[in-house]
Design a protein around this ligand. Structure first.
Ligand code: PEP
Length: 250
């Protein structure tokens, strides 16, 4: 089963107006010279840069995403942004359930599920993050923990186009440590199995300390359909290098 690969850059709370625009422009130049084939290339700047970056990327092979959305379409929710608002500024993707939001904003699986529904209603593709802590892995519970997270979002109405699962073990994010190939394959297979027949079409990407050095070995794993990249997405050369491992087919 051929699944279109996807590479998503999560800028997190990084990027001022000038540096963010430069990063987006550099990436667009590269993508226009060597148009992505067989994969989608997405960048997710902070909300303040959604509109200016949109003006740089819309109509180019680089797609725009955001890092969160609210469950409602509008209303008295100070500091929040709705999925429809993201669509207004050209977003096609939204990262949901990132472990930093679960940790810092107390996001639960139930809330993430509602956010996925809101994203789908607005026509966005949800890039949903799941992954276990070091403690859970050391206890031998990684597969069951991640399965529970994925099951909790299963009732959301999804298609292979509007849902991407990102397996991001918390202990691998920003640490320079990556799981072994067997560990990645094992969890990706577990997640795919939860979707039954549709599983063959669901895109499951890996995230956590992906670098130009580590990406090649990881993308060779049949189960891996691309990457969610944090720190390394802040450098256009490095991010582009990672994306090249998804170009065409191996
Ligand atoms: C992330 O937080 O989504 C992530 C993958 O971060 P990093 O690549 O920096 O580990």
């Amino acid at each position: 089963m051929h699944r279109r690969r996807i590479v998503v850059g999560n800028w997190k709370m990084n990027g001022r107006l000038t540096s963010g625009l430069t990063l987006a422009q550099d990436l667009v130049k590269k993508a226009e010279l060597n148009r992505p084939e067989g994969y989608d290339l997405v960048i997710c700047p902070p909300f303040t840069l959604s509109w200016p970056v949109s003006e740089v990327v819309v109509g180019t092979p680089v797609h725009l995403g955001a890092q969160d959305c609210h469950v409602d379409t509008h209303g008295a929710f100070t500091g929040d942004v709705s999925a429809a608002m993201l669509v207004d500024v050209g977003c096609r993707y939204v990262i949901l359930g990132h472990s930093e939001r679960r940790r810092d904003h107390g996001e639960t699986d139930a809330l993430v599920q509602k956010k996925i529904q809101a994203a789908h209603q607005a026509g966005l593709t949800a890039v949903v993050c799941v992954g276990e802590s070091r403690q859970v892995r050391d206890a031998g519970d990684a597969a069951s923990f991640v399965s529970a997270q994925v099951k909790s979002i299963m009732s959301a109405r999804f298609t292979p186009e509007n849902l991407v699962i990102a397996y991001e073990p918390i202990w691998a994010i920003g640490t320079g440590v990556t799981p072994s190939p067997d560990e990645i394959t094992d969890i990706h297979e577990t997640i795919r199995g939860l979707f039954g027949q549709a599983g063959a079409q669901v895109r499951i990407v890996y995230g956590g300390s992906v670098t130009p050095q580590s990406a090649e070995g990881i993308i060779r794993l049949d189960e891996v359909d691309g990457f969610l990249v944090g720190a390394a997405s802040l450098n256009s050369d490095g991010f582009w290098h990672i994306a090249q491992f998804c170009h065409g087919r191996w």
